[in-house]
Design a protein around this ligand. Structure first.
Ligand SMILES: CC(=O)N[C@H]1[C@@H](OP(=O)(O)OP(=O)(O)OC[C@H]2O[C@@H](n3ccc(=O)[nH]c3=O)[C@H](O)[C@@H]2O)O[C@H](CO)[C@@H](O)[C@@H]1O
Length: 364
């Protein structure tokens, strides 16, 4: 079995691709899997680290207004299409799977023109531009939410599977995870993460808490985002903070980090939410504003409504509000437990299994 998977740009498109690839390998150890991405995207770090082979193509994003940038993008797109065709012709896959991001465009389009079996997966209720365009040409459209159906015209190709997450989120035990991440005795651990790229609004609120509050009953594991890290570290005046909390640019083993902590403060990307709920963790969700159709707020509201999370909108976020919510949840065992339960009830942990079955059906 030979499979090409393409998805890139941000973690929200890459980790679902890795989850699918791991599932295929687990069930079929002789399967050959090749990723196609870009050198600039996060995938160029994350995919080889996860142990998969990767080929690169040229691609650029479109600006939503007329500009010379879009002329250059047009040329890059032609080059990317040509490169994708060449890779697919040599590798000869049985199926080509796209998990979103601009890189999927040329790869999946080239695959459809070559008559290969094709499938795309959409993580959000409001689908990304690349998937909306590709939906016309591919054989299967896998969705994570029923509500996303209304954005696609091709009902006969649609299957709702949920969001695939790496199986470590259910496999790793809390004891294993705590052995890696807990250092300060019985202090509660709070994970802070603003999605795969980090969030400056969230980082600023956390900086302000650390600089202005003396007594902490909890310890932070804070992934600032790679592009925010040096600014955050430079902004910390009281260097003791660096000894008392773990502040890093990026977390490579997120399943362990999520499992080890008592509470998660994060943005409301679809994959982060799928992971947090699968691990049955309570969360404070700060949806990033200005995402397409405000989809992060929609994600956060759903969990807030069932008591699994507390939502703080970006424009209402302050150090004081955030600290009050953290303390309120950590100091109330009953609330903590009920949030954990509610979190797990909204988890869909068999999504990757369903996707694997759909791959087999399409190939055979
Ligand atoms: C601003 C924006 O439009 N963001 C979108 C993007 O977010 P983003 O790329 O941030 O995606 P998510 O929050 O859904 O997922 C982030 C992924 O990166 C991983 N991770 C993150 C930080 C870290 O230090 N280590 C690590 O491994 C997480 O475990 C998770 O697997 O894609 C998501 C899925 O299409 C969308 O729902 C988000 O709205």
């Amino acid at each position: 079995m030979k499979i090409v998977i393409s998805g890139g740009g941000t973690g929200g498109h890459i980790y679902p691709a890795i989850a699918i690839a791991n599932k295929i390998k687990e069930n079929n150890s002789s399967a050959e899997i090749l990723f196609i991405g870009t050198r600039e995207g996060l995938e160029s770090d994350v995919v080889p680290q996860a142990g998969f082979k990767m080929e690169y193509i040229t691609i650029s994003y479109l600006k939503r207004k007329l500009s010379f940038h879009n002329v250059k993008t047009g040329f890059k797109l032609m080059k990317g299409l040509w490169e994708a065709r060449r890779i697919l012709r040599v590798f000869k896959p049985d199926i080509v799977i796209g998990t979103g991001g601009f890189v999927c465009g040329p790869v999946l389009y080239a695959a459809t023109r070559m008559g290969l079996k094709t499938m795309i997966h959409e993580q959000n209720v409001f689908p990304g531009l690349t998937n909306r365009i590709l939906s016309r040409y591919v054989d299967r459209i896998l969705l994570s939410f029923e509500d996303a159906k209304k954005y696609f015209k091709y009902d006969n190709k649609i299957i709702v599977t949920g969001n695939p997450i790496r199986d470590d989120f259910t496999r790793v035990t809390e004891a294993e995870a705590k052995a890696i991440y807990r250092s300060e005795g019985n202090k509660a651990l709070v994970l802070i993460v603003g999605g795969s790229g980090g969030s400056s609004k969230l980082n600023n609120a956390v900086l302000s808490i650390l600089e202005n509050t003396n007594n902490f009953d909890f310890q932070l594991l804070w992934a600032t985002g790679k592009n925010h890290y040096s600014r955050v570290i430079e902004a910390i005046q009281n260097k003791n903070i660096l000894n008392n909390h773990k502040i890093i640019p990026y977390i490579n083993n997120m399943p362990h980090a999520i499992k080890a902590c008592d509470l998660i403060v994060c943005s409301a990307g679809a994959i982060t939410i799928a992971e947090v709920t699968a691990a049955a963790k309570p969360s404070i969700l700060i949806p990033k504003a200005h995402t397409a159709e405000n989809h992060q707020e929609y994600n956060a509201e759903a969990l807030d409504k069932i008591g699994a999370a507390v939502m703080i909108k970006e424009n209402e976020l302050s150090a004081e509000t955030l600290l009050n919510h953290i303390n309120n949840i950590l100091n109330n065992k009953k609330l903590l437990e009920s949030m954990k339960k509610a979190s797990f009830t909204s988890a869909k942990i068999d999504a990757v299994e369903q996707i694997y079955r759909e791959i087999l059906k399409l190939i055979n």
